[in-house]
Design a protein around this ligand. Structure first.
Ligand SMILES: [Zn+2]
Ligand SMILES: [Zn+2]
Ligand SMILES: [Zn+2]
Length: 785
């Protein structure tokens, strides 16, 4: 349905016609109705339609009005759109009258791409809470500016029949909105109301229906009384309890077998967020973006959130409601804050299907709030934080997928399979990289199934047929095994990339750095080219020039034994034992005795294992160095999740003032022979233990440890600059989630005259690995031609 209008022209103005191509995120985000309204307001004739990677517009009318149109197009674009480029060309006027929205087929091209899921907009929220509105209290209202997208779409083009809304036939009122270009719901694919759309219901853990006039209100009753309710959301089920109820929180932890890891908390609105955490304006802005990530922020003591939500750390993972159903849970004011954690056991994929949820979560949840809008793509909540003054994406998922990230060099169609833990794969073509949602750990078949399911979907969505497969060098990763098999079946070449090289290359690519950079890979663990476990590395990496996509190892942390391999990650005291023995403390020394107190028998076995190098890989990991320090300072023996001890050490030194660091010395190395230098930590341990014995406060010791690590790596970067002349530093790796460390490193490096880059749009952790793998793969492929 289009409205015809006559262009009003002043007699002296000759009509002009312009062809306009707009590229970026401009489909499924209300762009066409926006242009339609703009053209009507400026009295212009012409048309708009979606095309392969954007929209095509032609406008005709007096020059001044065409100019005004183009200016407003840039300035007033819809909130969910993102304009990457606008191309304007002059064409001959045709004398056309009226402005039309044309179907995609008219332009002879299919539209591609699916927008990301977006949080309920202010207009929809107003309707949701307005008793006079026909959608009052309707848990699935949405419009062109908000609502689910990626998670409800089976395949392209992004049109209602391709979504899980296909089975709901719009009522006359909804259809009229959908067809009206001047309506906020024009072509809003998930448009729905009480009369025609999905509905919610409540069931017991045994699957039997719980009768309730208002299932949402009945859910709130149960949450208020301390029950655990599994609530179906946008990208999967959440397990939910009242965050103010300590007993309920602990019951959830016990049933989920998750004792230490902080749980995410959803609060009603930004005012409630301010009562829970100390927020900077940048953190408030991040909380309120349409992606609505979980934001890690400093908790306010005594804010009413139960202690069991985030034990041992001074932060909370906070987020705001992003679906109407979630807003309704808070609407009557009885609940202030809800724990909303992904409904899964440990790192398994999040549950999305009603029956699947009952089967997998029946032993955890007391009740289930379900609905019949099928979730087609699993998607966890995204996680972000302000690190060193700017947002850093920690977990890329709902709200960010499937938006692409730029690459500074051209890539052939590539698949990069990522790592092992916190897996995310990436598809690349040209200058764009599409990362999958966070897929969790690829340790079991469920994880691998999710990987395959998601790959299949994104390959279809972006119509990318990989010509090569990039994988981590680790022979034991399930992702490596799978990549080899998949490439063999298709006769595709394989590109193996060292783990920390990928981390560094990712940071370089994100910031458009080509040429050479000094890379600081500060990480947990990754397989090195010498077969040892790396993770505290100074690399010289390059994306173009001679040997593109290659690197040299300039320096690394001293190798220390990890007695028992992975067991040493779960028991950081083993790392402390290995570090002290390597640093020259005798087995009978008082220092080592303190570490092993109460574990003498086990320690004797471990020491024998180290001596004989039995099941004891050696590592240069900074993450493990942090574990060792945390075990010594905090006395933590066992952790419930990776890096817990290190995170607690950062937390305890949150308010400590900056002090001089414990010394790390640079030893050995010969750049001409490409022999790496070693960052020797003997002195660091001596000084730390002395402080510990002298009764210096833990916060103080933590601060000096952070400073020492930063100073050690700055020293190594300076030596690297001296040897190579390279003056830019790209930092990445899981340790860069550490605010204090990231800030110290940046400040100290800048003070020495370096240009310093930190990952922002791509996670510095293993979730960002596949993006870096793509950068290296593309550079190597370019180097071959
Ligand atoms: Zn809306
Ligand atoms: Zn309807
Ligand atoms: Zn890593």
């Amino acid at each position: 349905m289009t409205e015809e209008t006559q262009p009003k022209q002043k007699p002296h103005e000759v009509p002009q016609r312009r062809g306009v191509l707009v590229r970026g995120v401009v489909q499924g985000v209300g762009f066409r109705p926006f242009i339609y309204r703009l053209a009507l307001e400026e009295d212009l004739a012409g048309f708009i339609g979606n095309d392969t990677d954007g929209v095509t517009i032609e406008v005709e009318g007096p020059e001044s009005r065409v100019d005004a149109f183009l200016e407003r197009l840039r300035a007033q674009a819809p909130p969910l759109s993102r304009i990457d480029s606008i191309e304007v060309r002059e064409i001959a006027a045709t004398g056309e009258t009226g402005f039309r929205i044309v179907a995609s087929e008219v332009l002879g091209r299919v539209s591609t791409g699916i927008p990301a899921d977006a949080a309920t907009c202010a207009d929809c929220l107003r309707e949701l809470l307005d008793p006079q509105d026909r959608r009052f209290g309707y848990p699935f209202l949405n419009c062109t500016n908000c609502g689910p997208r990626f998670t409800i779409t089976r395949q392209i083009p992004y049109d209602r029949p391709q979504t899980s809304m296909a089975r709901f036939k719009m009522c006359a009122a909804c259809q009229a909105e959908y067809d009206d270009p001047l309506n906020r719901r024009f072509h809003a694919q998930p448009n729905a109301c009480w009369d025609c759309g999905p509905s919610v219901w409540l069931v017991c853990a045994d699957g039997n229906a719980i009768s309730a006039d208002n299932p949402v209100a009945a859910t709130v009753d149960r949450l208020v009384s301390g029950e655990i309710v599994a609530i179906k959301g946008v990208g999967g089920f959440h397990l939910s309890v009242n965050a103010a109820n300590q007993a309920a929180v602990m019951r959830l932890r016990e049933r989920k077998h998750r004792y230490g890891k902080p749980l995410a908390v959803m609060v009603k609105d930004i005012e409630a967020a301010r009562e829970a955490c100390v927020l900077t304006p940048a953190e408030e802005a991040l909380l309120q973006t349409s992606a609505r990530p979980i934001v890690l922020a400093r908790a306010i003591e005594g804010c009413g959130i139960a202690e069991g939500v985030a034990p041992g750390v001074p932060w909370l993972g906070l987020f705001l409601p992003y679906a109407p159903l979630q807003h309704l849970l808070f609407a009557d004011g009885r609940l202030k804050a809800l724990v909303m954690t992904s409904a899964n056991l440990s790192e398994e994929p999040i549950a999305i299907d009603n029956d699947e949820a009952l089967a997998r979560l029946g032993a955890i949840a007391d009740a289930f709030l379900m609905h019949d809008r099928e979730i087609l793509q699993r998607c966890d909540d995204s996680v972000a934080a302000l690190v060193d003054g700017a947002p850093q994406l920690i977990r890329r998922a709902r709200g960010f997928v499937p938006l692409g990230v730029e690459l500074p060099l051209d890539s052939p169609p590539l698949l990069a399979v990522g790592g092992h833990l916190k897996n995310v794969f990436a598809l690349a073509q040209g200058r764009r990289v599409y990362q999958s949602q966070h897929l969790g750990d690829l340790e079991n078949l469920t994880g691998l199934e999710f990987f395959k399911e998601s790959l299949d979907h994104l390959m279809r969505t972006f119509e990318i047929e990989p010509e090569a497969v990039v994988h981590d060098m680790h022979p034991g990763y399930l992702s490596t095994e799978w990549a080899k098999e998949w490439a063999r079946e298709r006769g595709l070449p394989l590109i193996a990339v060292q783990h920390h090289h990928a981390h560094v290359a990712g940071c370089m690519a994100e910031h458009g750095l080509t040429g050479e950079a000094i890379g600081l890979a500060l990480d947990g663990t990754g397989y090195g080219t010498d077969g040892k476990i790396w993770g505290g590395e100074v690399l010289i990496a390059r994306l173009d020039g001679a040997n593109p996509g290659e690197f040299e190892r300039f320096a690394h942390l001293e190798y220390v034994p990890m007695a028992g391999g992975d067991a040493a990650v779960k028991e950081p005291w083993r790392m402390a034992l290995g570090a002290l023995v390597t640093a020259g403390f005798g087995v009978d020394s008082a220092e080592v005795e303190t570490v092993i107190a109460g574990k003498e028998r086990e320690a004797r076995i471990l020491l024998r294992m180290m001596e004989r190098e039995l099941n004891t890989p050696i590592t240069s990991s900074l993450g493990r160095l942090f574990d060792a320090a945390a075990a010594l300072v905090l006395g933590r023996r066992v952790v419930d999740y990776e890096a817990q001890a290190a995170i607690e050490l950062e937390g305890i030194s949150l308010f400590a003032e900056e002090k001089s660091g414990y010394a790390i010395e640079l030893e050995g190395g010969n750049w001409a022979k490409r022999e790496p230098m070693r960052l020797d930590t003997r002195e660091l341990w001596r000084e730390l233990l002395k402080d510990l014995q002298a009764g210096v406060g833990k916060a103080q010791i933590g601060a000096r440890f952070h400073a020492g690590v930063a100073e050690g790596f700055v020293k190594a970067a300076m030596a690297a600059r001296k040897a190579t002349g390279v003056g830019q530093v790209a930092m990445s790796g899981g340790c860069l989630h550490n605010h204090r460390l990231a800030k110290l490193l940046r400040e100290k490096l800048e003070a020495e005259g370096f240009r310093v880059y930190l990952p922002r749009k791509v996670s510095p952790g293993d979730g960002g690995l596949s993006y870096g793998q793509v950068a290296v793969g593309a550079a190597r492929m370019a180097g071959r031609t």
